[in-house]
Design a protein around this ligand. Structure first.
Ligand code: UDX
Length: 439
């Protein structure tokens, strides 16, 4: 099928290449000409494992190309809207200007029978508003909402093998036709018996924000337990292991530490709260404010812990920060807890050196005043404390004995429970982690 994908960021670039991999004829459209040029040369404009190879393969097959001209999307039967919905400046609400611009841009090239498919995360109510616009301007054209659940670092795998498909469709015949078109797009995925939920617009929109709110709540729950563990001398990792054995709870997303960041969870829970307020249902989501508070407190606590291990003062102390991306296998630094802690430490007088296997370039652009190193070893030279703030495999694999020879003081703060407490302690390090005993 001929498909267009509007917006070629984290979501759209992966979606476009994945749709071509499934055998469709795909045109990716983005207003950023540099991004388009890079993508046409099979260079992903961000770090995502497997994406370069997928781009290379699908571009070579002739089924994928990228353009900065919306007119090139004409002739496609299904048009995916994959643009960003960032947090508005100074407000909790989501900024919908890109979604609106993309949909309006499509109106000029849509033909009757075409389907616009929203994948961006939007406040509930957006889809029905956009559907009205599409139907009015191009009678016979349709809109569906098909939220995306991909995780950065696993984006290709999650797109090609999603754990579920959700279609938000209009009632009646147009919705039926939209569903048939989506079934055709996802035929290969559906053959693999992927669960499919067909529902109305509002539910489809809410599935995404509810899922992200649940995940954020789960992380903040265990981080709240970490605070209690610190107060009681209990150990949050063992606690998570033990409660995680209960199938109803599950061990995933119970890793206590520096908390969540990135381009999705923080802004999505805030936009959800803002929307609930507009709908007069703010009470239902006041708990998310607490989820957000617990999460932000982790960053402050990490700075305090660093001060504590540096004998009560950060002034002039050399601190190595391992990890700048908001999660491993990504170069995304949006709302990165690691960079936030690094900046706070520097403001409080520490001499901070940050390293990351993929995110140094992005970090330097956003935080030019921080000092960066190419490797963990370089960052940790003569350090008074080492903070592991993103759990990259490279850092998990560090040899505590060899690494101990580089630093001035063998003090490590494990912000992501990434290291073996036993191995590091045995190598003579003082090991500290949020919510864990010191021994
Ligand atoms: C998230 C959702 O998982 C995904 O379904 C949605 O489509 C987009 O938002 P992503 O932002 O890529 O994906 O990251 P995710 O793996 O969910 O991690 C989010 C943050 O939570 C990271 O900062 C991570 O370090 C943190 N986290 C995760 C924890 O602190 N503890 C955990 O146990 C799990």
């Amino acid at each position: 099928m001929k498909i267009s994908v509007v917006g070629c960021g984290y979501l759209g670039a992966v979606h476009a290449a994945s749709m071509a991999e499934l055998g469709h004829d795909v045109i990716g459209v983005d207003v950023d000409e540099r991004k388009v040029a890079a993508l046409n040369e099979a260079r992903a404009p961000f770090f995502e494992p497997g994406l370069d190879a997928l781009l290379e393969r699908t571009l070579r097959s002739g089924r994928l190309r990228f353009s900065s001209d919306m007119a090139d999307a004409a002739g496609a039967r299904v048009h995916f809207v994959c643009v960003g919905t960032p947090q508005k400046r100074g407000e909790y609400a989501a900024d919908l200007r890109y979604v609106e611009a993309a949909t309006e841009g499509l109106l000029a090239i849509l033909a009757p029978g075409d389907l616009v498919v929203g994948k961006s995360t939007v406040p509930v109510g957006t889809a029905s508003r956009l559907a009205e616009m599409v139907e009015q301007k191009v009678p016979g054209a349709m809109l569906a909402w098909n939220p995306e659940f991909l995780r950065e670092g696993f984006a290709v795998q999650d797109t090609l093998h999603p754990d579920r498909l959700v279609y938000g469709i209009a009632p009646g015949e147009p919705g039926q036709r939209a569903q048939e078109l989506l079934d055709e797009v996802y035929a290969t995925i559906l053959e693999a018996e992927t669960p499919k939920v067909v529902t109305d617009y509002a539910t489809a929109e809410m599935v995404k924000t509810a899922a992200n709110s649940f995940l954020a709540t789960k992380i903040s729950f265990i981080n709240a337990m970490a605070e209690l563990c610190e107060a009681t001398g209990a150990d949050v990792k063992q606690l998570a292991d033990a409660i995680g054995h209960d199938d109803r709870i599950g061990r995933k997303f119970l890793n206590a530490g520096l908390g969540f960041g990135g381009g999705c969870l923080p802004k999505d829970i805030r936009a959800f709260m803002a929307r609930a307020g507009e709908l007069g249902a703010d009470q239902a989501l006041t708990f998310l404010r607490e989820v957000d508070n617990i999460n932000m407190r982790r960053r402050i606590r990490m700075v305090e812990l660093a001060r504590e291990v540096c004998d009560g003062s950060l002034l002039g102390k050399r601190v190595a920060i391992l990890g700048a991306a908001f999660k491993p296998d990504s170069d995304d630094i949006r709302d990165s807890p690691a960079l936030n802690v690094a900046a706070q430490l520097q403001l409080q007088g520490a001499v901070v050196r940050v390293t990351d296997p993929a995110a140094v370039e992005n970090s330097r652009r956003a935080w030019p005043d921080l000092d960066y190193a190419a490797t963990a070893e370089e960052a940790a030279e003569r350090a008074d404390a080492v903070l592991v703030l993103t759990e990259w495999q490279q850092y998990k694999d560090l040899d505590p004995v060899a690494f101990g020879r580089i630093v001035a003081k063998k003090r490590v703060l494990d912000g992501r429970q990434a290291l073996s407490r036993e191995a590091w302690t045995a190598a003579g390090w003082s090991y500290r982690a949020l919510g864990r005993r010191t021994d």
